[in-house]
Design a protein around this ligand. Structure first.
Ligand code: ZN
Length: 325
């Protein structure tokens, strides 16, 4: 390998893989165990509410006297969903709710196409998008609504609300069962971990910053976030809210205190002033790097994966701080 190739690889992966912090023991300790032979687990979280997971995605099954309501059908373990539900109840699956349109969370619905009269409930925006997509993995919703809907079945009331556009363009749902203090909000936070890349693929950082208070306004003690290894609670929402707030304040402060012209002039000594994109990138990269270093130091013992995504989080937050805030 020549020197240039080596430099490029080192730049792409900012450090060797074994230099990343291992997943925190406290996060590992609360993980739902997955039997690798089966590839999934179904865990009771309330007297008749179950979480299905393969250790990366999560969905839910609500068992009622009038059938089972599924919430999401991840593509990764879609082929196991019917069998998993049969492990815990004789009731048939009658309704599927889509939290949002992303294929990884609902692409497993293709495996439910054989269920007669399956009602699929989604936001109208999600349904319109899926009708356009014509994706054989994602079944088309049969019942849609605009902003809020209360699903009543077999004595259960499942509240579906679309409060903010913090994540997907086509809309997202808060799915709550108040009588059971159960709340499912997908792709905001992963209990025990920092959020995923780019603040969980948020399309709107301004609203992402506010979504934690919207979640905390609900009365719940079980929180399902849709990803990774654990079931959450209020403390997980509070901890991730504090992380995101710290990220915001850190990036805003580092950005304000970094002298753009001085940083660019230093780089221009090396390459001249013609390549304005490059000089500006040197400034942005410095803000991102300095912010990420601070965030890593403060959070490495509190949330898993911080050094994996802190640069991504700082970069996403910098776009908001510099151009929106
Ligand atoms: Zn997701």
């Amino acid at each position: 390998m020549n020197f240039l190739a080596l430099v490029m690889i080192l730049t792409l992966n900012d450090r060797p893989l074994d230099q990343y912090a291992p997943v925190l023991q406290t996060t590992l300790d609360r993980s739902i165990p997955i039997d690798p032979e089966k590839g999934y687990a179904i865990k009771k979280v309330k007297s008749d509410i179950y979480v299905l997971t393969d250790g990366i995605w999560q969905s839910a099954a609500v068992v009622t006297q009038s059938g089972v309501v599924l919430i999401d059908a991840p593509e990764s373990y879609g082929q196991h969903i019917v069998r998993a539900v049969q492990e815990v109840t004789d009731q048939p699956i009658v309704i599927l709710i889509y939290s949002h349109a992303h294929s990884d969370h609902i692409g497993g619905s293709q495996h439910l196409s054989g269920i007669k009269n399956l009602e699929i409930v989604a936001l109208e925006g999600v349904a319109a998008f899926l009708r356009e997509q014509k994706d054989p993995r994602r079944l088309i919703p049969t019942k849609t609504f605009q902003a809020a809907y209360v699903l009543q079945i077999g004595g259960k009331r499942i509240h579906l609300t679309s409060p903010l556009s913090y994540h997907a363009h086509e809309g997202d749902l808060f799915i709550s069962i108040p009588d059971d203090k159960f709340l499912m909000v997908i792709d905001v936070l992963a209990p025990g971990y920092v959020p995923f890349k780019n603040l969980d693929l948020s399309t709107n950082v301004h609203q992402y910053l506010q979504v934690f208070d919207q979640i905390l306004a609900y009365d719940f003690d079980v929180f399902v976030g849709g990803h990774l290894t654990s079931i959450g609670d209020r403390q997980d929402v509070l901890t991730t809210k504090a992380y995101v707030q710290d990220l915001y304040e850190t990036v805003a402060r580092v950005h304000a205190n970094t002298n753009m012209m001085a940083v660019m002039a230093e780089a221009a000594k090396e390459v001249g002033w013609d390549n304005k994109y490059l000089l500006f990138k040197v400034f942005l990269d410095k803000v991102i790097e300095d912010s990420a270093q601070e965030i890593n130091a403060r959070w490495v013992n509190r949330l898993a994966g911080v050094d994996v995504w802190s640069h991504s989080h700082a970069a996403k937050m910098l776009e908001y701080v510099r151009w929106d805030d």
